[in-house]
Design a protein around this ligand. Structure first.
Ligand SMILES: [Zn+2]
Length: 320
């Protein structure tokens, strides 16, 4: 078994080397090369140097905050989202960013004309650093806000923070606050979030459905809490991922109030980086470029197909 593992590692290194030689240099925030580099990372387990540089460059990560819908605002960075859902009686923030990016996110919020102190609720999709790493900073800066995750999300965030203790990018998670449960409807000020436990990316991952308004029109938006298969620990987790993807897909097809709009946790995952540019030139009466049920379904189908392939690998590992 040992020598076979060694061979696999050598083969992976060869693959990584040949891909690294051709990979495009990421010098701007654009979806395709970033998605490509993450795929290499996922397939090989090795961080392509260009991806490392890109993730650590505050200049490359900077994204001008923007209004996506009348009540939904993008305040994140290039590779990770943070969404502010506003209401006259209090706001909800989805995800915290991390490290050097969390405080500038509050500047983004001010830039859009909102006071971070009006954030009543921070909801965190899962326990990885890029979504939960800023919770401690936010708790200090926004003492009035409550923080919410699933029970498993709280556990995995604490574990993930603890595992970072010896690394330069270490972070610590806050004490458990509110616990989210499947199908719960969270009402905060004028914001209503429907909670979906969607295990898979991590077992504690949670997703949210909410209303996004565009002029007089209401759209059903959805934030999928975790998209990648980069933290898979066994076939059961891949099976959970597939079930969650199917469940979300069904929400886009239901007769009653279907989900039409994917407000992603990673802008390169569905080309949000490019699509949002269309908002700048959109004329009155034109359709909203982020309302795209077909595109959302295609993304979910691709996630499912990838996961099904992955499942074969994970199952064969288990039987060997
Ligand atoms: Zn993650």
């Amino acid at each position: 078994m040992g020598s076979r593992d060694g061979l696999i590692t050598a083969a992976l290194m060869l693959v990584a080397g040949s891909v690294a030689a051709q990979e495009p240099l990421t010098t701007r925030c654009e979806s395709a090369p970033i998605a490509g580099l993450f795929k290499v990372f996922g397939d090989t387990g090795r961080m392509p140097p260009d991806l490392g540089r890109f993730l650590q460059s505050a200049a490359l990560q900077k994204v001008e905050p923007y209004k996506a819908f009348d009540n939904v605002h993008y305040v994140g960075i290039c590779w990770v989202s943070a969404w502010l859902i506003t209401s006259p009686t209090g706001h909800v923030l989805i995800d915290t960013l991390y490290g050097p990016y969390t405080e500038p996110m509050l500047d983004n919020i001010r830039k859009l004309g909102f006071d971070p102190k009006d954030i009543k609720q921070v909801v965190i999709t899962h326990g990885h650093f890029d979504h939960a790493g800023g919770a401690a900073k936010l708790k200090e800066l926004l003492p009035g806000a409550r923080f919410a995750m699933t029970a498993e999300g709280w556990r995995e965030a604490a574990e993930s923070g603890a595992q970072s203790a010896s690394r330069p990018d270490r972070w610590t998670m806050i004490e458990r606050d509110m616990v989210l449960a499947d199908q719960q409807v969270l009402q905060v000020g004028g914001v209503k979030l429907q909670v979906f436990e969607t295990p898979g990316h991590t077992m504690g991952t949670v997703s949210f459905a909410f209303d996004a308004f565009d002029g007089g029109k209401r759209h059903r938006a959805f934030t999928v809490g975790g998209l990648g298969l980069n933290a898979i620990k066994g076939p059961e987790q891949v099976e959970a991922f597939i079930a969650s993807v199917k469940r979300i897909r069904a929400l886009t097809e239901q007769k009653d109030d279907p989900v039409t709009t994917h407000l992603t946790t990673h802008p390169f995952s569905n080309g949000l980086t490019e699509t949002k540019e269309l908002l700048k030139t959109r004329k009155p009466g034109e359709p909203h470029p982020l309302v795209d049920p077909q595109g959302f379904r295609q993304q979910l189908d691709a996630l499912q197909a990838g996961a099904e392939k992955h499942l074969v690998t994970e199952r064969s590992k288990k039987t060997n």
